[in-house]
Design a protein around this ligand. Sequence first.
Ligand code: FES
Ligand SMILES: [Fe+2]
Length: 465
Amino acid sequence: MRKAGPPPSNPKGPRLSDGKTIGDLFNLDRNEVAMRVLSDPEIYDLEMEKIFSKTWTLLGHESEIPNKGDFVLRDIGADQVIVTRDNKGKVNVLLNVCPHRGMRVCTTDSGNKRAHKCIYHGWAFQNNGDFIGAPIAEEKMHGCKMEKSELGLQHANTHLYGGLIFACWDHDGETFEEYLGEMKWYYDMLFCRTDGGLEVVGPPQRFIVNANWKTASEQAAADGYHTVTLHAWLGELAKFNEGDIAASMYGTEVTSRMGHALRCQPVANKFKQAAKGFADGSLTLEDKLALLPPPGVTKEMLPQLKRHLSKEQLELLVDQPPQVGGMFPNILVAFIYAPQPDGTILGLTSLHSYVPRGPDKLEFTNWIFAEKDASPEHKALVRKVTIQMLGTSGMIEQDDSDTWPHMTINSKGPQGRDMTMKYQALNTRERPKSWPGPAEAYEGFTSDDTQWNWWLRWYDLMTAE
Ligand code: FES
Ligand SMILES: [Fe+2]
């Protein structure tokens, strides 16, 4: 086994205390990354500053806070935030740090409040973050050096996309549209396709995994190889893909230098019976929509799809929908067709964020979604089956969360830290000529291109001036 190297000296990025730069930890010619990035505390601190303070992060869905005053606590990297719906109905993302002496202004996980009062000295803030006052108003407890208007809670730049709440601390940085870039065309198919949009089915599951946030997040950039081995039971026992799990890794992977990725898998390969006629041209778009509606969409909602999506998007969604992938930095997007005991196939929609909780801890957050206009029975079934498959008790992700801690521990050993993670199984085929969408598109068996783009985005941000 060889170690990282020959690390051609690459002076890019901050210099660490042992003299190496971030650039030195990458071999850009051989597509390798030194293992130490998975647990080095210095690198973790830099990530909080150069990634989580600079780019957009998913915090939840607006259906979690439907009423004025509703709030939930979430995290942008190492900074906790209050996600609130204010008295005017607007969603705000506020740093949960009291401007007085730094206590947490809100210490309850979720709830409804017109105002948030700090338990330490009593400074109070409206649910839009504006400072209201301190307890002994006539004594000017808030001081005489600053105006009340200057003492509000710090706001993050906030953007709602298909009801998903994203935030970014850098008000002068990339716009949300720039962040999603060309990949928006694909995400629109999933999040912006119906009149009512998605809604959460209950609060998210949250649990701690003893692993670095990147072990899970780079896997979310459409790692297909692990499915064949780590989740082999999906084919053997659960009869996913009619028993042939390797065959489900054929398709087209789309990705961009922004680090996002999705794997689009032809349903004709996945479900030879249910999707009979999908590939040979014998079925119309309407026939296909009726036979195998996209995950989460009931047959009654099909006309809505036509209103929201272009013909090219709709055809792709029906023939070869995005099934799994992620958004940089720490989001997994899962659209799963789960075979049911009665022979039907249920579509599941779930999003995860892998929130950093230190160099070797992450908080796994699992939101389960259903279309808002779906029936209560459909929502209940989606919730039940998603819990069986994904998240805390999910059979699939118990496999995944078994590997991440081992990688994290290995990255701490004096030998292991200089080993490299390798992303050398790259697609050498041409972009498929008939591919209808933008971004990079790689047809065939899954490849490392998507994950390497994830690492290049990490590299770009970590080495940025
Ligand atoms: S720290 Fe919040 S009121 Fe003093
Ligand atoms: Fe997995």
